[in-house]
Design a protein. Structure first.
Length: 219
């Protein structure tokens, strides 16, 4: 899988990068060095979750100051947030779940988006709405690779970014599935490394994650 240069508009979140780091930014000052470490390690697509008060500013800072990063917003759960994050520079949108109103707002934004699903009926409902790419969340708790494999038989047109509980040991098995385009996870951002501003360690873990996803399979 190739990663487009950051200037290319992406039609799909799943084609940005095989591993998408899911980031919780507590300190705004950490946003740019953290993103630089991820990009330097080979993970350009970065999902900043809207779980902290500084998340919007973090998206703005990364979008403006980190060449090579493709910053997106995660935990987007309202239509209002869609407008805010796109104005801040988010280039993709991710949600742990979905509603009709949220999907309408995400589609109207013009940037690629991944609503979250964890059941077959949700997949069918989104396919009915013309959405074929989804976050599978919480991946490990909702059935993991066995569930995704089972979905691929009746619903091969749906493609997923599994996220939730995935680590370096399990990521390759997900990435080998035909209906998985990328995986999301926070394992390359251990809490103690971020708290200690150990960006070298983050970069090294990002590099391992990028290599994991590139190797070992015929994708
Ligand atoms: O914040 C959101 O919108 C979420 O849906 C949750 C995140 O995707 C997971 O928390 C990441 O999973 P871990 O790799 O297990 O940390």
């Amino acid at each position: 899988m190739s990663t487009p240069p950051s200037s290319s508009p992406a039609a799909s979140v799943l084609d940005l990068a095989p591993v998408v780091p899911v980031v919780v930014v507590d300190e705004l000052a950490d946003a740019v060095p953290l993103a630089r470490a991820l990009v330097a390690g080979g993970l350009p697509a970065i999902e900043v979750t809207l779980r902290t008060p500084v998340a919007l500013d973090a998206i703005r800072a990364i979008a403006g100051e980190v060449p090579g990063a493709v910053v997106g917003a995660g935990t987007v759960i309202t239509a209002e947030q869609v407008g805010e994050v796109v104005a801040a520079g988010a280039r993709f949108l991710v949600s742990p779940g979905w509603t009709d109103g949220l999907v309408d707002a995400m589609r109207a934004s013009g940037v690629p988006f991944l609503p979250g699903v964890s059941t077959t009926s949700e997949v069918v409902a989104l396919l009915e709405r013309g959405v074929r790419e989804m976050k599978f969340f919480p991946a490990e708790a909702a059935g993991g690779t066995a569930y995704l494999k089972a979905l691929a038989a009746p619903l091969p047109q749906a493609r997923f970014c599994p996220t939730g509980g995935i680590g370096p040991a399990s990521a390759p098995e997900y990435l080998a599935l035909p209906n998985v385009g990328c995986v999301g996870g926070s394992w390359m951002l251990p809490k103690d490394a971020v708290a200690g501003r150990d960006w070298g360690r983050v970069e090294a873990l990002a590099r391992e994650a990028a290599a994991l996803s590139a190797g070992g399979t015929s994708r």
